[in-house]
Design a protein around this ligand. Structure first.
Ligand code: GDD
Ligand code: MN
Length: 386
């Protein structure tokens, strides 16, 4: 096998036959793409797409494989990585299943890749000659252009030669991907690959076509996903953690203001505000900062208990420390508060990444208390002597 074509699909039944037909036409050797080509559909569909794929595969003249995932881990990005891992060939071409990526371009990508001087060839909507007419409407064109510009500004070195880091149409030598480093989530798998390590990249322009059939799965949710991915890629988890902490601080002040405004006692208002933001921050961190560590960590209630205990202890300890600093150190209360908040931020981040979301120890010996309870239980339910 010279080339493996990976196609992620989510409810694309009406597009499968046409895609396979057009890919087959390109890889018959006349247009320059190799005959030794396979297609791997990585499918997370909830409709009859897998049946259609099996049916088309049976009569196809090139190998058509289906990986149907029962758990769509990592969404589109996870599907792409699963396809690349399963490929017969190291040369892996990734394209959408809705024919917005014209299969005829495969020949061009392959010819450029075959020169052997690059690890990755990107089909770009924004390189000279490329177009993005297939984007649904003016809003999506603007969102796409703006997010591309922001992304390129954030990674000026890694994306120096890349005009379209969000395309889903590319040909890559999979040996140059460090799969262990990747955190595939959502739509922008190419950006994830490009941002993690330097690559030799070439681009070829292409026309992003209209969808053949069916509907786009892009959504506002994917957009939010993309923004958190971008922040995490650029600044690491700590920046997301800081943003959430900052939002929490603002919310805290707002709650105190609102409650005292309606006549609640200041101390009561401060306590309610503190506890509310501790809980709110926990939920946001679960969702946006440590989402990839949740699965291997202890259960959610245990994580909550640790986080909640830590934040309350921190608040209780920090206030007397501020008092001591102010009374002995000749510094103002504001400065003392600021210093302790900054120190607390780093300690809190470390505590959460190292303790709250620490991986469960596989097969760790049960604690003594646990063994005692188990022993008691065993004794209590053992058959009696009488
Ligand atoms: N397996 C799997 N799992 N496939 C998915 C999933 C998923 O959760 N979500 C979407 N897909 C598949 C779709 O079935 C389609 O084949 C492809 O991924 C792209 O999804 P579309 O719904 O067509 O998205 P789009 O047209 O808005 O996005 C295109 O443009 C983006 C840049 O603007 C794609 O080319 C993206 O890859 C690209 O990032
Ligand atoms: Mn599409």
């Amino acid at each position: 096998m010279l080339l493996s074509i990976v196609v992620p699909t989510y409810n694309e039944a009406p597009n499968i036959a046409e895609l396979v037909r057009r890919v087959t036409a390109v890889v018959d050797g006349r247009m320059g793409a190799p005959r030794e080509t396979e297609i791997i559909f990585v499918d997370d569909s909830t409709d009859d797409t897998p049946d259609v794929i099996r049916e088309v595969a049976a009569s196809a003249s090139l190998p058509v494989r289906l990986i149907h995932r029962d758990r769509p881990v990592g969404g589109l990005g996870g599907a792409v990585m699963a396809g690349i891992a399963a490929a017969e060939s190291d040369a892996c071409l990734v394209m959408d299943g809705d024919l917005q990526h014209p299969p005829e371009e495969i020949a061009q990508l392959w010819r450029r890749f075959s020169r052997g001087d690059v690890d990755l060839v990107i089909a770009s909507r924004y390189a000279g000659g490329g177009t993005s007419t297939g984007l649904a409407d003016r809003t999506r064109v603007m969102v796409s252009k703006a997010s591309t510009a922001v992304t390129r500004a954030m990674f000026p070195i890694r994306l120096k030669d890349v005009s379209d880091p969000m395309t889903g149409f590319f040909l890559i030598d999979r040996r140059t991907i460090d799969a262990a480093q990747l955190r595939p989530r959502g739509f922008k798998i190419l950006l994830e690959i490009l941002a993690r390590r330097p690559m030799r990249v070439a681009e070829v322009p292409f026309d992003f076509a209209d969808r053949h059939a069916g509907q786009s799965k892009a959504s506002v949710r994917q957009g939010v996903h993309f923004l958190t991915q971008l922040t995490a890629l650029r600044f690491g988890k700590m920046s997301l953690f800081a943003i959430i902490g900052g939002l929490g601080a603002v919310a805290n002040v707002a709650i105190v203001w609102a409650l005292t405004h309606i006549g609640v006692d200041y101390i009561v208002a401060a306590i309610i505000a503190a506890e509310a933001t501790i809980i709110g921050n926990f939920l946001l961190q679960e969702r946006f900062v440590f989402q990839d560590m949740r699965e291997s960590a202890s259960g959610v209630w245990q994580r909550f208990a640790k986080s909640f205990a830590f934040n309350n202890a921190e608040a209780l300890i920090r206030i007397p420390i501020v008092a001591v600093m102010v009374s002995t150190g000749h510094i103002s209360a504001v400065l003392a508060t600021a210093i302790t908040l900054i120190v607390a931020f780093f300690v809190r981040f470390m505590f959460h990444s190292l303790v709250v979301y620490a991986p469960r120890k596989p097969g760790a010996a049960p604690s003594r208390a646990r063994r005692f309870v188990e022993e008691l239980d065993a004794q209590a339910s053992a058959p009696g002597e009488l």
